[in-house]
Design a protein around this ligand. Structure first.
Ligand code: PGA
Length: 347
């Protein structure tokens, strides 16, 4: 099956909740128009009557064409964004929400932080972790980033278990309730590292450090490091439970370990100097092979971020290993972000 492209907007510290409302209204208007004309061959039967089921079928065909749109507004605008997405329910399988960050503890005295439960309450499906601005401006360490990733993985495993225990082996009940948070882990080198030729080693080290809670690929490594890199203690005991058949029969269909890597070279972020698509492809292929060889993660995508615009999206999306984009500056205008999306989906 062809992988879904991911077109994500990171608003960073821009836009009040009122501005996000106006933005999303304008974006959905364009999306509706686009879905009406997209894949017209499939939806001709419904074209005239304009019924709800017709419009759902159109958005379904747009979704099946294979791109998911993700918005990461500031925390203060998540509620508003959630409301507008709900109002445009026919696109709920296409348009998702992400938080720009999340903390690794579930509650407590952590002034200024936000928990996984809090972002989940606004139906966030994704959380951006380890963005270079968090790493370099706010001094987030590799250790903290690893803890955040691990917290999300454990959270997913826990709700999976709770739901499995309550679903009476009913697939519908099960999948209706289950919604995991997918981390969007940002990695990427600075200019000095790129110039020194060490970008690949640097990114590999960032991946290793952040992903140490994911299952290591059992085909590589020594017996000791296979064990060390297995799921964290909590997730490990849940997995044993599952393997012994204590969790509902549908657990294996659920992707608690889904992951997005955003390769964002720091020298390309906000500078207007995007990576050459060929160089991007090389790094994306490297990340693909690195994860496949070293980790047992079945569902991952590798997206690119760093001065993505309407002008370079076509060249980037032509590359085999670039599964999508994370867009900062060019996502702030709904027309420009919409153009990026429509170019990508028409590829
Ligand atoms: P940019 O930002 O598109 O403005 O370069 C990308 C990002 O930081 O995610």
């Amino acid at each position: 099956m062809k992988k879904k492209k991911i077109i994500a907007a990171n608003f960073k510290m821009n836009k009040t909740h009122v501005e996000v409302r106006e933005y999303l209204k304008s974006f959905f208007k364009k999306l509706k128009e686009f879905s009406r004309t997209f894949n017209a061959g499939d939806v001709n039967g419904n074209k005239e009557n304009g019924s709800d089921s017709g419009s759902s079928r159109k958005s379904a065909s747009l979704g099946a064409a294979g791109a998911e749109i993700i918005f990461a507004p500031s925390f203060t605008a998540l509620n508003e964004a959630y409301n507008i997405i709900e109002e445009n329910f026919e696109f709920r399988n296409i348009v998702k929400l992400a938080s720009q960050n999340v903390y690794c503890e579930s509650s407590g005295a952590y002034t200024g932080e936000i928990s996984i439960d809090m972002i989940k309450a606004f139906s966030c499906s994704y959380a951006i972790i380890g963005h270079s601005e968090r790493r370099w401006i706010f001094n987030e360490s590799e250790e903290l980033i690893a803890k955040k990733i691990s917290a999300i993985l454990n959270y997913n495993k826990k709700i999976e278990t709770d739901i499995c225990n309550a679903c009476d082996n009913n697939a519908e009940k099960h999948s209706a309730k289950f919604a995991a948070i997918t981390p969007i882990l940002c990695v990427g080198e600075n200019l000095e590292i790129r110039k020194s030729g060490k970008a690949f080693d640097f990114v590999a080290a960032q991946l290793n450090s952040a992903l140490n809670c994911y299952t290591k690929n059992l085909n590589v490594g020594t017996e000791q490091n296979k064990d060390e890199f297995r799921l964290t203690k909590n997730a490990k005991s849940l997995k044993n439970n599952h393997d012994e058949g204590n969790i509902g029969a549908f657990a294996s269909n659920i992707d608690t370990e889904k992951l997005i890597i955003a390769y964002e070279p720091i020298w390309a972020i906000g500078t207007g100097a995007s990576i050459e698509p060929e160089d991007g492809e090389k790094m994306h292929k490297f990340i693909y092979e690195y994860l496949t060889d070293n980790y047992d993660i079945k569902n991952f995508s590798v997206i690119y971020g760093g001065s993505v615009t309407e002008k370079n999206i076509n060249f980037l999306m032509e590359k085999n290993h670039i599964d999508g984009v994370l867009v900062g500056g060019a996502s702030l205008d709904p027309q420009s972000f919409f153009n990026i999306y429509s170019f990508a989906v028409s590829k």
